[in-house]
Design a protein around this ligand. Structure first.
Ligand code: AN7
Length: 359
């Protein structure tokens, strides 16, 4: 049977019933791309896989949580949803709300969301309110509004978001036939690390042989509240998706880290941009800057010889690391263009063109 979206595919692991109206854009089922050249280039002693979540319908992993959150909102009779967003949540909420025929209100930090994401929220006809505050301020406002008005909150504080997003872990296990040894991922509001860890735990209790990965989460150095152990009042990073100073799922992110024996650490903006450009040029995979924090983290730990002497849990003992590439590179075209050299202007003349490419 053809693929019918993640709710149908993983129905028995999700809190849905025959009465749940499934609002789906056939999200999930994203590729797990082997990255042999990357492993070689950074000296990783094993196999690297890229979970390319940018190939979801709105270009990010948020669609996994949003198909659940919007389906459950409609089941509960909600006519409007609301979220704060650094961009991707608003794009996804707007699309799924449009599909469900309900209203969507989004609060975004003025001037701090990538162009592609803004275009999505607008074209799907959400009420887009740009506030003179950051994501943390926007989240506080929408929390209050959802308590006082008939607006369903679809940020990851909504437990159905986490339920949908845990299916990323199921897909990885289904493809590898085991959980990876290490999972690298960006951490912003910390819903996704919470969701993946929940997914791995649930699959490991159903299929004990799969085991669980060590969870390696990365915050941008200028926006690293969990690493520093206190909220950051003015978070800064070029990775605007994870420009978050007071994550909602702080505690459960720490639990994922501690229960798995992992880390939540920082990567600098320069490290993020290096990983971003390397992935695109070496592997042909274009992700947004926040997503490249996962690969930047893997590069940092490879460089520091963290994997020396470590073996994988499969019978072959080959180490397997998965990096979650949470969003598509086209979300933030400005950053791509400002990170590399500009197009070369030439006359529309064969000789001039040949000369410009060195032929
Ligand atoms: C590409 O859209 O918070 O740690 O409002 O867009 O689960 O927050 C986005 C977060 C990583 C961090 N990568 O995930 C929002 C928002 C991308 C993202 C994260 C986000 P969480």
């Amino acid at each position: 049977m053809s693929y019918r979206g993640l709710i149908e595919h993983y129905r028995k692991y999700l809190p849905v019933t025959d009465k749940t109206p499934v609002i789906s854009l056939l999200e999930g089922n994203t590729p797990l791309i082997p990255a042999e050249k990357l492993a070689k280039a950074i000296g990783f002693p094993g196999k690297i896989f890229l979970k390319y979540e940018g190939l979801n319908p709105t270009g990010s992993f948020k669609d996994r949580g949003m198909t659940m959150a919007i389906s459950k909102a409609v089941e509960d009779g909600s006519r409007a949803v609301i979220c704060a967003s650094t961009g991707n949540t608003s794009a996804s909420a707007a699309a799924y709300a449009a599909r469900a025929g309900i209203k969507c209100v989004v609060l975004i930090p003025e001037g701090k969301i990538a162009l592609g994401k803004l275009s999505q929220a607008l074209i799907h006809n959400a009420a887009v309110l740009s506030i003179d505050g950051n994501f943390d301020a926007a989240l506080n406002l929408v929390k209050e509004m959802s308590q006082k008005y008939p607006l369903t909150l679809v940020n990851s504080l909504n437990p159905f978001r986490i339920e949908g997003q845990k299916t990323g872990a199921f897909e990885i296990c289904d493809v590898l036939g085991q959980s990876p040894d290490y999972q690298f991922m960006p951490v912003g509001n910390a819903g996704n690390i919470t969701a993946y860890w929940k997914g791995y735990r649930e699959y490991a209790s159903e299929f004990p042989a799969y085991g669980k990965p060590v969870m390696m989460g990365f915050q941008a150095a200028g926006s690293a509240p969990i690493v520093h152990g206190h909220p950051i009042e003015k978070p800064e990073t070029i990775a605007t998706a994870i420009r978050i100073g007071n994550p909602a799922s702080w505690k459960s992110a720490e639990a994922a880290r501690d229960e798995s024996g992992g880390v939540i650490d920082t990567v600098t903006d320069d490290e993020i941009l290096d990983a971003y450009k390397l992935l695109a040029s070496l592997e042909g995979v274009f992700c947004e800057p926040a997503s490249a924090a996962s690969v930047a983290g893997l590069m940092k730990y490879s460089r520091n010889r963290f994997f020396d002497g470590k073996a994988g849990k499969s019978s072959s003992k080959t180490l397997k690391a998965v990096c979650i590439l949470t969003g598509h590179g086209l979300k933030d075209p400005d950053r791509a263009i400002s990170s590399v050299s500009k197009p070369v202007s030439v006359k529309s003349d064969l000789k001039a063109i040949l000369k410009a490419i060195g032929l």
